[in-house]
Design a protein around this ligand. Sequence first.
Ligand code: COA
Length: 410
Amino acid sequence: MSTPRVRPAPTVSVLSEARHRDAAEVFGGAYLVGPVTDQMWQRSVQTYAGSLVEGIVEEDGSVGAVARSFDVGLAVPGGNIPAAAVSSVGVRADRRRRGYLRALMEHQLTTTRQRGAVVAALRATEASIYSRFGYGVASSYATVTVNRRRAVLREGAAASRSLRMLAPTAAVEELPAVYERIRSARPGTIERPAWWWASQTERHLQRDQPVWVLCTVDDHGEIDGFLIYTSSERDHWDDPNRAVIRVLDLTAIDETVELALWNAAFGLDLSEWIVAPQRPLDTVLPLALTDPRAAVVSSVEDETWLRLLDVSAALSARSFASGDPVVLGVTDAIMPDNSGSYLVSQDGVERTDTEPELYCGVGELGAAYLGGTRFAALAAAGRVGGEAEALARADRLFRTPQLPWSGTYY
Ligand SMILES: CC(C)(COP(=O)(O)OP(=O)(O)OC[C@H]1O[C@@H](n2cnc3c(N)ncnc32)[C@H](O)[C@@H]1OP(=O)(O)O)[C@@H](O)C(=O)NCCC(=O)NCCS
């Protein structure tokens, strides 16, 4: 009888720029989109250069697994916190189910916290993977589909703005600063690095589809909103089902300016439908229409998966709504120094030895952190413990005026 081979535990290391294309190849293969062509690499090279790329290198020198992360600011209620945005996670098909992902994730949680990140955030291709690593769904988004010919804004709903078109290439120069200035205080939005803009523009331009950038300009001549849109079916305007404008990005300083941009979109003749994926669940659009059914909000999906790396720092960095304090009992199997009791009140947060009134895992706390998921709902789903009254107190403190939303894909 032969003895089963004991594999050494996988070692995670930082991949230098010379290995980035190999890393992209592993990721592309894992996502079934490889091999990485020169054109694909041209789109991604800056993305990798702007990130910390960690991976598992095999004995023969090939890359077996990869995960990328980069530092951003993340808007939380009352502030902005340092966060690590995680992306491009993939394990080579011949190295699956032997602990590579676990090794990568656990290593990454430690290194990102050492870099100063208070939370890690990612988008998950499969919803069954990341809760075991302490991530929870902190925000969701929906697709807004508008019947353009029926859509009329109610009087006075939109800010009065003049419009200006920008060339997509000019957008790379102008929009990053505009975005950072007008980025909503809505919890969940993130900074967009310069390479993010460059790679998005490259992506749009390589699509062989027209892309337009329409901006709103305020009374001082400043851009305070922009709409980036495309149309893939421009040869079929006579077919009502195919005459579709697709919104790629819609960012505005406030909701009245956002409505001004929607109004501009309603003026895009020839199209029958406007489809805007990845919009906030509490979009005001239907409320602002004379016929609210001209806009349908559908296809709700999870957006930001959030992992609190330093629970104390994360709780202390956000503000809380008014209400009575509550003691949260948090458990974190991977980063056990986060486990313990936290007294949360509208005046601040401190660690305490008091018996918790509410029990949750770090993933459930991540889901509730930005105000997008209620503790009472998590309790009803059997994921949080505590009396109804304590759950209600926690929900009062964590509530936010707007639902969290990111709107930035990475
Ligand atoms: C998903 C993927 C990264 C998993 O990598 P892996 O090295 O095989 O995973 P591991 O062996 O380290 O498994 C870690 C844990 O995740 C679980 N797991 C692995 N793949 C999973 C999947 N597709 N769905 C649900 N759970 C999964 C394992 O059962 C294991 O659970 P446990 O530790 O609680 O027992 C890999 O299959 C892959 O690259 N898939 C394609 C790309 C992808 O989906 N990436 C995720 C990006 S968001």
